[in-house]
Design a protein around this ligand. Sequence first.
Ligand code: IDP
Ligand code: MG
Length: 143
Amino acid sequence: MAIERTLAILKPDCVRRNLIGEVIRRIEGAGFRIVALKMVHMSPRVAEGFYAVHREQPFFSDLVAFMSSGPCVPMVLEKENAVADFRTLIGATDPAKADPGTIRRDLGTSKGENVVHGSDSPENAQREIAFFFSEAELIGMQG
Ligand code: IDP
Ligand code: MG
């Protein structure tokens, strides 16, 4: 299997509840390497841009309000099969429906406030990584 990169975001609920360390412990424990990380407080307009594919969804305005409600921590993770394996680690969108032991099941409080984002395909991972990080900010890309 190929080494891949995926974009994770520790969402504002994660930061607010002092769960950054707990979630990073689980991510590193599952074998992901962090190759970029920052803290950002997105404006509503920036959050709208990141989630533009969900523009027509009924939850879009709540999602934008939530994601711009406080700082979050985007990070780039590297591992074999990173995109799919990270989705497995975080679990289903709704914490109540996520498998036991997943980050969202163990720590999430609602379908909206589900602690963490993970890219859903390698193509979207590339786009989402570029949304938050320049090439120079990705460790290992400088040669
Ligand atoms: P995903 O994060 O598991 O890929 P998506 O369907 O892509 O889920 O939705 C993006 C985000 O929008 C979710 O993580 C969640 O925060 C929020 N969201 C999705 N569906 C709902 C909903 O039905 N109610 C409230 N928020 C939702
Ligand atoms: Mg998604």
